[in-house]
Write a protein that binds this ligand. Sequence first.
Ligand SMILES: [Zn+2]
Length: 309
Amino acid sequence: MDRRCFLSALAGTAVSGCAGFSPVGGDGPSALAITVDDFNLVHDGVMSGEARDTAIRRVLSAHGIQGAGFVAGKYVDAEVAPRVLGAWSADGHILGNHSFAHSYYSGSDPQGYMADIMKCDAILRPYAGFRKVFRFPFLAEGKTAQGRDELRRLLREAGYGFGYVTIDASDWFYASRLQARLKADANADPAPYRQAYLDHLWDRAVYYDDLAREVFGHRIIHTLLLHHNLTTGLFLDDALGMFKAKGWRLTDAAEAFAQPEFAQVHDSLPSGQSLVWAAAKASGRYKGRLRYPAEDSVYEAPKLDALGL
Ligand SMILES: [Zn+2]
């Protein structure tokens, strides 16, 4: 894209001669960045944690995008994790903080929770990819206004921003079902699981993209929540290919995090979930229309049961 088209894109205006590119915020394509959580680098029944990581990074690189990994400190061992986190840094991906213990933040002990976050900060700090972006485990930001606001204050004081998820999903549940199936029968065909997984991601992407346009009044660049698990290891390339085939633009996590919407906080309670969900909840315009939790296995189990998966 030439400079004139790039500037018109930034301004959200159309310029003739810039065909083939439509700015975010206009009628252009929806855009997506990939984020991968937890970094629990255990063997998933098919691949070792490190082999899975190589597969994930290879796909990101093949699509020319830099993602973000949100690392829970408890998974950082002495041997494998340093190689993996070093490779993420070398590939130009962001490494964000996902707490040490990966515990649920109820809002009851902000100081104690902040200490746990800083324990992970110390582990990640040596890596070049590390940025002070925090993502709450379970996307749970507190059940009380006091606990929510106090931890936000402590994070701001420590120089942290938020690594929000905009497209929340239950990839972990699809991975657990496939893993169980392969454990029972190593020759089981993963293809039906792949299709169900892709359908799930697409369903959630469309939902959150539509909701974002309603709530913010314009398109945002999305961050998709995936985990360092079997489905990401096996199907990430299929997922990215699907989004491209449906006209979405793939982009870097840094571009998503730089949006003004990612600097906002919302006073919804319970606090958290997807950024889009939180903004919708806080607007007060969606009474009775936002399920809680926004994503969970209870919504997905009947679908997979019906498919015999
Ligand atoms: Zn997590």
